[in-house]
Design a protein around this ligand. Structure first.
Ligand SMILES: [Zn+2]
Length: 245
């Protein structure tokens, strides 16, 4: 009998989750609205040597490292994490290449149109820039981020997609360097694209890595978040499954 994965390849698209002070592994909420830069902590609370079992305590925000946003993240009437249908999290995805984009550049509707990618209703769209691989976890990621223009968000919504997956910023930069001193200052307009996508029930799968390993224009994208009830989203293990030639 044929193995169900015969002729298929699995590609891991998830960042390593490691202890972090918290400033650059998630939205810079301390800079933007004085919020807390919650660290990611991984602590051992029992060891095999001492206690007969190895157990750890894990602490993080829902929005650090590779994660997704449920509609409730920006919509008070939006569904929370546990209610997001599996059909949105596990879905056929089309890859749009934006690997030519340089640090600090935006991705516009014109770029998506000119990519020639065929986006079908019900698709998940993967936009690939390589930015997470280059700069995730560093200040540089926010200083010079590759970002998504609001007209590109409108273009994607008009295509009736159900999820957007990416390795850059799904929105305009939330912080911009001061012209005079270079310090990162909050952008006056905050996250217009999140206010477009999430009330339209389009989930956002954010900060994938290793997207260059995908070799096919269409793949099965699998993003499985922890089933935290009432959450705005959650960290996910994300993989692509594609045919082997
Ligand atoms: Zn998010």
């Amino acid at each position: 009998m044929k193995n169900i994965l015969e002729g298929k390849k699995m590609i891991d698209l998830s960042l390593d989750i490691v202890p972090s002070k918290g400033a650059w592994i998630q939205f810079p909420r301390a800079l933007v609205y004085g919020g807390e830069a919650v660290p990611t902590r991984i602590e051992t609370i029992a060891t095999v040597e001492k206690d007969g079992t190895f157990v750890q305590r894990y602490e993080s925000t829902t929005q650090a490292f590779t994660h997704y946003d449920a509609p409730a993240h920006f919509d008070v009437n939006g569904i929370t994490n546990e209610k997001v249908p599996l059909t949105q999290l596990v879905n056929e995805a089309v890859v749009i290449d934006m690997l030519h984009k340089q640090p600090g550049e935006g991705v516009f509707a014109k770029d998506l149109e000119e990519s020639g990618a065929e986006v079908r209703p019900g698709d998940t769209v993967i936009i690939r820039t390589g930015w997470t691989d280059k700069a995730f976890g560093q200040k540089l990621f926010w200083e010079k981020m590759i970002w998504l223009a609001p007209d590109a968000a409108d273009w994607l919504i008009s295509k009736k997609i159900v999820a957007l997956a990416q390795d850059f910023m799904t929105d305009i930069p939330p912080v911009v360097p001061c012209e005079h001193c270079g310090a990162l200052l909050p952008n006056k307009e905050l996250c217009p694209n999140h206010y477009k996508f999430l009330p339209n029930n389009i989930i956002l799968i954010e900060w994938l890595t290793n997207l260059a390993a995908i070799s096919k224009p269409r793949v099965l994208l699998v993003a499985l978040p922890l089933k935290i009830v009432g959450a705005d989203g959650a960290q996910c293990r994300v993989i692509a499954i594609e045919d082997v030639d």
